[in-house]
Design a protein around this ligand. Sequence first.
Ligand SMILES: Cc1ncc(COP(=O)(O)O)c(C=O)c1O
Length: 391
Amino acid sequence: MTPKNFPAALRPEIAAMEPSRIVQLWELGFEQEDVIPLWVGESDLATPDFISRAAFDALQAGRTFYSHKRGIPALVEGVAGYSSALYGRDVGVSRVTVTSSGMHAITIILQTLLEPGDELLVIEPTWPNVVSAARIAHGKVRFLALDPVAEGGFSLDTEKLKAACGPRTRALFINSPSNPTGWMIEREQQQEILDFCRERGIWILADEVYARLVYDRPVAPSFLEIAGPEDPVIQINSFSKTWAMTGWRLGWLVHPPSLGPVFSNMIEFSSSGAPGFLQEGAVAALGPEGEAFAGGMVERCRRGGEIVFQRLSGLPRVAVARPTASFYAFFRVEGMDNSLSFAKRILRESGVGLAPGSAFGEAGEGHLRLCFASSPDRLSAAMDRIEPILR
Ligand SMILES: Cc1ncc(COP(=O)(O)O)c(C=O)c1O
């Protein structure tokens, strides 16, 4: 039975929340046959066997109980070792917290930092989930648009970023390499922003879930390489993208040691901890076999990105940059003023699932996003289908 004052029982901003436009498209596609799905951010590869096997063995061995809030010791040590080796900096276990996905990591950070009315500065186009998570946490979101550069691609103006920070700005959300644009921040800009944030007491939320998916260097520049343990920097990471583990819902944070007990509480009072047997799979992902798999994933995505870039850049209405990071082509289509209806049309007429640029905020309108973490055959088939519509 519906309660008497039912509409009044919800927080108005939650009741008014729109579903993600990526998800809208995706759900539309459930009803259609023979769809090539390039809309969400995941590889078409299943998780490799050595990772699944490790989780399976733990499950079979009966490790099915409540577990450590901030992660099983083997995984916390694994992440600390992985981060230390990758960035040539000592990252101790007191700075590591395992979460139930990158999304969960973002949720608990925003709940921890934002007081009602506090602002989160988000660089646009942006992955939309962070915006909704901030609003759910009673925060306000201020947007700073990246500047488009000729022939596709984007750049960040740090002067504009500083000017966009007001007295209520509590944190900056910097996702690099970026979903959806593939934009990647360089070291000098990181340093300038870190200096600014140190002085102003503003948190940097460095979403680096695509740090390994880089095609012009071994790894994307990280705030962890320049920040000390007590700096106002929290790195957000995930097992989803690099190791083909989107369905596992496992991520991690690197943060100042003093936040460890705080995040322990935030985890206890949200997920109460990620499943221990799944974490045992993640331990395997961070080992030598996982490193080899990650290298293969980068090569596969590099090839996929090149196929898509070559095909798209031959179309006169399309402006696209050669991908240097993440696994998305975010391309402008001349004359397309409603990307949501255009993406629906592409789905209907060609059976290819793309994400509409408007899903990533106003600055994304006029664009479409294609995830190229798929096999060359699948990507070529998708391009054959959509080229006539994009011409
Ligand atoms: C920029 C960014 N951050 C975080 C995530 C979260 O990843 P997950 O929740 O799968 O760990 C995603 C997933 O698409 C993403 O694109």
